[in-house]
Design a protein around this ligand. Structure first.
Ligand SMILES: Cc1cc2nc3c(=O)[nH]c(=O)nc-3n(C[C@H](O)[C@H](O)[C@H](O)COP(=O)(O)O)c2cc1C
Length: 190
């Protein structure tokens, strides 16, 4: 069973992005295990910290290394991804030569009440990830417009068509993570 490190780009208690992450976790419960990174514990990125890195940063980098796959769940702020996620990407990717992101399979999803459902934010994010030498899942994309009641308090997707769409995404992501992991293991063994 793949372990997925989920990075939710919102600290808000009633975050709709947290809710989307939980819905994906519930849908994929028989296929993967989610671990949630505590992005609120990370300080603002500061390159001076590497001589004595904060414990939260060391723990975060260890979580990345232990994960089979990474999932970024982003809100959209002014058509851009959440700063919380960009901060986390910086901590995971430094110091130079010791990035924890290299070779990790990664996907992005996100939700907003707006009609384009974080498409603009994810477009920025998806341009960044290959520069970190991560393996980005191109398809399927999830630009999810939140509507009241679509994901209930138990994180069940109430609309059948939407549930089937997300379930397909869950399958594809799980397959992608397995494929990329097997490919890298084969390359190391060769
Ligand atoms: C500073 C700020 C900028 C926002 N900009 C956008 C935007 O560009 N597009 C959009 O669809 N929603 C935008 N929103 C609305 C967010 O999608 C909405 O607040 C959402 O609930 C945030 O995600 P969360 O519930 O996971 O915290 C913005 C919200 C804030 C606070």
């Amino acid at each position: 069973m793949n372990t997925i490190l989920a990075l939710v780009g919102s600290l808000r208690q009633d975050s709709i992005n947290k809710r989307l992450a939980k819905a994906l976790e519930v849908l994929g419960a028989d296929r993967f295990r989610f671990v949630y990174a505590d992005l609120g514990a990370l300080p603002h990125y500061n390159d001076d910290c590497w001589a004595n890195p904060p414990a939260a940063v060391t723990a975060f980098k260890a979580q990345i290394r232990q994960a089979d796959g990474i999932l970024l769940i982003t809100p959209e702020y002014f058509r851009a991804p959440a700063g919380l996620l960009l901060n986390a990407l910086a901590w995971g990717g430094r110091p130079y030569g010791d990035s924890a992101w290299v070779g990790k399979p990664v996907a992005t999803v996100g939700t907003s009440p707006g009609a384009i459902g974080t498409a603009a934010a994810q477009s920025h994010l998806r341009a960044i990830l290959p520069t970190l030498d991560m393996h980005l899942m191109g398809q399927p994309e999830v630009y999810f417009q939140t509507k009241p009641g679509l994901i209930d308090a138990q994180f069940q997707v109430t609309d059948e068509q939407t549930r089937a769409f997300l379930d397909n995404w869950v399958n594809r992501f799980d397959q992608f993570v397995s494929l990329m992991t097997a490919r890298d293991e084969k390359a190391i063994a060769a």
